[in-house]
Design a protein around this ligand. Structure first.
Ligand code: FES
Length: 110
């Protein structure tokens, strides 16, 4: 079974099983990783924002315009930011690593 790695907002590194064909958001949900995904993958939010490890980023197909538009609204965007619901795991992605940005939550504090 391929694996992927989530780096959680507190820096915890979690390596989890990552079946081919699932989106990163679906993998996160299977393993109770704290990634919201409010619109269930319909590109109507940016709560599934993740920052892809630079060494993995070039492997991904380019983001579509709709994804870019949503990322513009996300907090804590980095050069390698993507939306987790738009990335599907392929055979080359064993070990794929993303970080979950914590900024959006911080901004909501009162
Ligand atoms: S879950 Fe809303 S854009 Fe990914």
């Amino acid at each position: 079974m391929p694996k992927m790695v989530f780096i959680e907002t507190d820096g915890t590194r979690r390596e989890v099983d990552a079946p081919l064909g699932l989106s990163i958001l679906e993998v996160a949900r299977r393993h109770d990783i704290d990634l919201e995904g409010a619109c269930e993958g319909s590109l109507a939010c940016s709560t599934c924002h993740v920052v892809v490890a630079p060494e993995w980023y070039d492997l991904l197909p380019d983001a579509q315009e709709d994804e870019e538009d949503m990322l513009d609204l996300a907090a804590g965007v980095a050069r390698t930011s993507r939306l987790a619901c738009q990335i599907t795991l392929t055979g080359e992605m064993d070990g794929f690593t993303v970080r979950i940005p914590g900024e959006s939550r911080d901004m909501q504090r009162g």
